[in-house]
Design a protein around this ligand. Structure first.
Ligand code: UT7
Length: 357
């Protein structure tokens, strides 16, 4: 008998309640709707209320995916969690999710490949199932970006219109230092449940072409808050905003538009397919202009690509499962559809995963 394949059993998402459009952002930073739409395509994003952690969104998305799969939480025998905004510096959020879902003790793995985290998670799920280590795996990606922004509590109240404002000039100037980041990101979570299907030769996770290259790590990273410095976090670091990501947006942009199509070609070719065989391409949602360029390079028609960055912004670990879930709900990924997932993010990590639904 052939190895078991990791076949999708269900998917689910969690979108926080607070919708934030570009006009609202201009209450707290120096920006405007036209700049954000033209440069990134983002129109709205969703934020959690203070006190809601990435594990809370992960649990909600996991419950939705389990319900979609028609499975009880107890049926899961392995959890893989991807986030770059865990509830705590350590431990990772995997066991928090396990406990909040009321699951018995089981193997739980945290992975931290940032925007490429969910793609790496799909590779891990495939290996666990093909290797006979697990039968029913929960893969969840969740991020709460609002926690990374060094803003006052009042800033968020003014943003949401619960405080009439305006902010002091000092706060407005400080916040505006991070405008190139703030406008792009949103909070959210997405989950998938996979089951081992012995003897399956057609469906399931088929292949992955994933890469990491530390040579580019300085274009997107957080300088403070790690063991490179002693103590790992200090008042000075916070004053200098060293706990906020540093991003060379143009460099990330250029790498994303070349590497995502390259990896997608590689994974398709390895399985004997071409882009014409693809039913759906789900790309990381970092910038609509990146995805338009990548789509053009791959020569794919609009009906084979699904983007939702316009609505949610970049939710990092959650972009792939949220976009896939929505596309599936719209009938773009029926059983038997050939789907490629592709992403690029900090590290640098990037790559593509091929799956037949
Ligand atoms: O998942 C991976 C995460 N990151 C990415 O994928 C990022 C990819 N890169 C990008 O999305 C784009 O590079 C950005 C959207 C971040 C920036 O677009 P850009 O066309 O590369 O703009 P820029 O950084 O060169 O900035 C152009 C101007 C600057 O003003 P000056 O120096 O020309 O006067 C910025 O200060 O736009 C200004 N700017 C803004 N203006 C209004 C930067 N952010 C904003 C803003 N609103 N939010």
């Amino acid at each position: 008998m052939t190895q078991a394949r990791a076949v999708l059993a269900g998917s689910g998402i969690a979108i926080p309640p607070l919708e934030v459009d570009n006009h609202m952002l201009s209450r707290i930073i120096d920006t405007n709707d036209q700049w954000v739409r033209e440069r990134s395509g983002v129109v709205t994003r969703y934020y959690v209320e203070p006190g809601v952690a990435s594990s809370d969104l992960a649990v909600e998305a996991s419950q939705a995916a389990l319900a979609d799969a028609g499975m009880e939480a107890d049926a899961i025998d392995y959890i893989v969690c991807s986030t770059m905004t865990p509830d705590h510096y350590f431990p990772g959020s995997g066991t928090v999710i396990q406990q909040k879902l009321g699951m018995k003790p089981l193997p739980v793995l945290d992975i931290r490949q940032q925007c490429a985290g969910f793609a790496y998670g799909l590779q891990v799920v495939d290996a666990l199932i093909r290797g006979g280590v697990a039968k029913n795996v929960l893969l969840v990606g969740a991020d709460v970006h609002t926690s990374l922004m060094p803003f006052s509590a009042r800033t968020f109240e003014v943003l949401h219109g619960r405080d009439p404002g305006p902010l002091s000039d000092e706060d407005f100037q400080w916040n505006s230092r991070f405008r190139h980041l703030l406008v792009l990101f949103g909070d959210g979570a997405g989950a998938m449940v996979f089951k081992a299907v012995p003897g399956e030769e057609r469906r399931g996770i088929l292949d992955h072409a994933l890469y990491g290259d530390g040579g580019h790590r300085d274009i997107l990273f957080v300088p403070g808050g790690g063991s490179q410095r002693r103590p790992f976090v200090s008042c000075q670091m916070i004053q200098d905003a060293d706990t906020v990501p540093v991003m060379d947006g143009k460099a990330v942009f250029k790498l994303a538009v070349t590497r995502m199509p390259e990896a997608t070609h590689t994974v398709l070719q390895r399985q004997g397919y071409g882009t014409q065989d693809l039913d759906l391409l789900i790309m990381h949602q970092a910038n609509l202009r990146i995805n338009e360029k990548a789509q053009q390079i791959l020569g794919l028609p609009n009906e084979k690509v699904y983007n939702n960055i316009q609505k949610y912004g970049n939710t990092t670990s959650a972009t792939l499962p949220i976009a896939f879930h929505e596309a599936r709900q719209k009938g773009m990924a029926p059983e038997g559809a050939l789907v490629a997932f592709t992403a690029l993010g900090a590290g640098l990590h990037w790559g593509s995963v091929l799956m037949r639904v």
